[in-house]
Every structure is written in structure tokens, then in C-alpha cells.
Design a protein around this ligand. Structure first.
Ligand code: UDP
Length: 244
């Protein structure tokens, strides 16, 4: 599988988990920062309304199809994606790659204490993994540059940033010259999961593409955000009709 799929003008890479990891390995040996975005339906809808976000995603080094909504949309467009690659699974594989290749990692984001706990858990789980720094994602706009400088000082080469979207992508892009990392990925709620604060959906939900439903049970406050998702399918259908 290769090439890109355009969903409402957002270009998503048609990559499997294995291909995504191969690309990641390439980024780690390249000059400059490669930004990896893992959009779900909500992010595609936001990008449809926000040209700045759309441009940022379309200029990213890799856009991974996270979210069952993207798989459904790809079928509507008659260009079905082979598989869904969740951001958290991709990031986990990337951490394993970093451990095996002696590359340093930084965890930024989530509530105080979460990033540190997630780092401890992942270092216990993945032998040889070097997480050289971790801090929470609740700092003021005027502190952003100092946060970026502190990350640079650790010598990290891979940044996992969990500030919610699009804040995480905007941060990584804005400070790319200061950060000096080879790759940065926005990972949403992954640090909450790795820290043990949030449960990942059991296999049953994943198998039937119902992870979103499980998340809704855990965080009912997300209902208003999730209720907008069917809008993606309506918009994709409408955009397809216009093309026909
Ligand atoms: N978050 C953060 N700083 C902020 C806003 C959010 O560190 O200013 C964290 C939040 O604690 C959570 C993560 O970003 O761990 C993802 O947030 P959310 O679930 O809203 O984003 P999504 O996964 O839906 O992109």
C-alpha cells in the first residue's frame, strides 16, 4: 500500500503499521524535524473548517489514519484503507524502535504527574528505552519557548506530545528549530493510557471499531464532541457527489 488518500482535502498516508514504522526509521536519520500527525474524524472535521490546520497536516511528514471514521470514509470514497493504524499503537512501535536503536525520547503533555508515570511504565515495559525527560502539558503560552528549550537540552530525538489536537501539532511545528528533535508525534490521550489513568478499550471494542464508544463510557463529557462525527460521513458523501 502506498500513496495518499484525500478526505475533505486532508491528505492521509495509506500506510500499514509496519510501513509507518519504516517511514519513522527514515525520519530518525534525516535532517530537521519530521512531524507525524494521527488524525481521527474530529481532527479531519476541524481541518475542514480551519485552513491553517489543514495546511499543517498536509505539510506533515506522515499522516497516519487513526480512527475508524477514516476507514469508513475511505470506503465511501471507494479507496478503502487496508488497516487502521492507531496513534497509540504506532507510538508504541516507535518507542520500541528507539529502544533498539539507542535514541532518546521525551514525553510532553497531560496533567501533572501523568507524563512521568507514563515514562516509568514504558521504561519498565520496553527494555533499553531511554526517556530523558517528561513534563505536564499545562503551561502558559508565554512559557512555551522555555518548555521547548528544556526539551532541547535533554538531547531527545523523538518527542511524544500529548496536548490535544491541534495544540500538540502547533507546538511541535512552531518550535521545531528550538526542539531539535528528529521526529515529533501528537499522541492525544496516550500518556493517560500509558500512565494507567485511562483504560484502553478491550479487544472486543477494537475488533468491531467501537473504541470510540468505550472512550465515551469512560469520559461521558466527550459526547458533545463525538456527536459531530457522523457529520464527516455526510460531508464526504456530499463532496463525492460534487465530484461525480
Ligand atoms: N492536554 C494538555 N494540555 C492542554 C490540553 C490538554 O496536556 O492544554 C492533555 C490532556 O490532559 C490529555 C491530552 O492532552 O492528556 C489529550 O487531550 P484530549 O483527550 O482532549 O485530546 P484528543 O486525544 O481528543 O486529541
Amino acid at each position: 500500500m502506498s500513496g495518499k488518500l484525500s478526505i475533505l482535502g486532508v491528505k492521509v498516508d495509506r500506510v500499514t503499521r509496519k510501513e509507518a514504522l519504516e517511514k519513522f526509521a527514515g525520519f530518525m536519520d534525516k535532517e530537521g524535524q519530521s512531524l507525524i500527525v494521527t488524525p481521527n474524524s474530529e481532527i479531519i472535521l476541524n481541518a475542514d473548517k480551519d485552513p491553517r490546520l489543514k495546511e499543517l497536516i498536509n505539510n506533515a511528514a506522515m499522516v497516519i489514519p487513526d480512527g475508524i471514521g477514516l476507514v469508513i470514509a475511505s470506503k465511501q470514497l471507494r479507496q478503502p484503507l487496508e488497516e487502521r493504524v492507531t496513534g497509540i499503537d504506532f507510538a508504541h512501535s516507535a518507542l520500541e524502535w528507539c529502544a533498539a536503536n539507542d535514541r532518546k525520547v521525551y514525553f510532553l503533555g497531560s496533567k501533572p504527574g501523568i507524563a512521568r508515570k507514563a515514562a516509568e511504565n514504558m521504561m519498565a515495559e520496553i527494555p533499553g528505552l531511554q526517556i530523558v525527560g517528561a513534563r505536564d502539558g499545562y503551561f502558559k503560552a508565554e512559557e512555551e519557548e522555555d518548555v521547548a528549550r528544556a526539551i532541547a537540552q535533554t538531547g531527545a530525538e523523538f518527542l511524544c506530545v500529548a496536548l490535544g489536537s491541534p495544540k500538540q501539532e502547533l507546538f511541535a511545528d512552531k518550535y521545531k528549530d528550538i526542539l531539535g528533535v528528529k521526529a515529533a508525534v501528537g499522541i492525544g490521550g496516550s500518556l493517560d493510557v500509558w500512565s494507567g489513568t485511562l483504560q484502553r478499550a478491550p479487544e472486543f471494542y477494537c475488533k468491531y471499531g467501537l473504541e470510540w464508544f468505550y472512550r465515551l463510557i469512560q469520559e461521558p463529557s466527550r459526547f458533545k464532541r463525538m456527536a459531530k462525527i457522523p457529520m464527516l460521513f455526510i460531508k464526504v458523501m456530499f463532496s463525492k457527489k460534487q465530484e461525480e
